[in-house]
Design a protein around this ligand. Structure first.
Ligand SMILES: [Mg+2]
Length: 245
């Protein structure tokens, strides 16, 4: 796969939605070890400035976690959109049923304690079970999460990702988060662009495809995105094309 063949260069009048891990930052053995390249941050800030603030991050991470990586209060949807900070800095939080995950949290802590290499990421409204350091436990991790989801019922869903499986409310995904932003200034009325690398980003791609925007998949694998960029470095290079436009 080559760099950024065919992907239209970014324009100041568009609205941008970026996933974080695997899209703007390379993966690390654990989520806490992920660092942002200075060039990516500079490109993102320039895009934010030139587009009149129409750049949002859409991540599975919590907003607090995203902020600790970017050191910059960009509009952001965290935990797949369950929490969101709009372009004015106003915070929104959706919690379908408080306390619903309490039993699941305890059970997953027990599972992680008994299986070396597994990591539980408690994001408050969602729970993630990471097996990047124990790939042999992939099937076991997915099986465990599906069993816990069945006990919680249809209000919750499992979300598979790269070396991770998450438990989250079924009513929220990145596509819903994008539509939340697109109802507001400065995103409203613009051509939307969604850039992501993983299964959870397909929800964002579906919404942006339906709106006639540009969807960009980072790396390989099946996707409904219209365009493809090879890597995090290719995303950074693509963002830099804005200055030439
Ligand atoms: Mg990702």
């Amino acid at each position: 796969m080559r760099g950024r063949d065919g992907v239209p260069a970014p324009r100041a009048g568009w609205a941008y939605f970026f996933d974080v891990d695997g899209t703007l930052a390379e993966f690390a053995p654990t989520p806490a070890e992920v660092r942002l390249d200075a060039g990516v941050l500079a490109g993102l800030r320039r895009l934010h400035e030139r587009s009149g603030g129409a750049v949002a991050l859409v991540s599975g991470r919590s907003i607090a976690d995203v902020d600790s990586i970017f050191h910059s209060p960009l509009p952001v949807a965290g935990q797949h959109g369950l929490e969101r900070r709009d372009a004015r800095g106003v915070l929104y939080r959706r919690e379908p049923s408080p306390g619903a995950l309490d039993a699941a949290r305890v059970r997953l802590a027990e599972v992680v304690a008994r299986h070396a290499g597994l990591l539980l990421e408690d994001k408050g409204l969602t729970l993630a079970l990471h097996y990047r350091r124990a790939p042999a436990l992939a099937a076991f991790s997915h099986r465990t999460m599906r069993a816990i989801q069945r006990e919680l019922g249809s209000a919750y869903a499992t979300q598979p990702g790269k070396c991770v499986v998450e438990l989250k409310p079924a009513s929220m995904d990145k596509g819903v988060a994008v539509t939340d932003f697109l109802r507001e200034a400065p995103f409203m009325g613009r051509i939307a662009v969604f850039v992501g690398d993983d299964a959870t980003d397909e929800h964002g791609f579906a919404v942006v495809n339906a709106l006639g925007g540009h969807t960009i998949k980072v790396g390989g694998g099946p996707t409904t995105a219209r365009w493809r960029l090879a890597s995090v470095a290719a995303v950074s290079a693509w963002m830099a094309e804005l200055s030439k436009a």
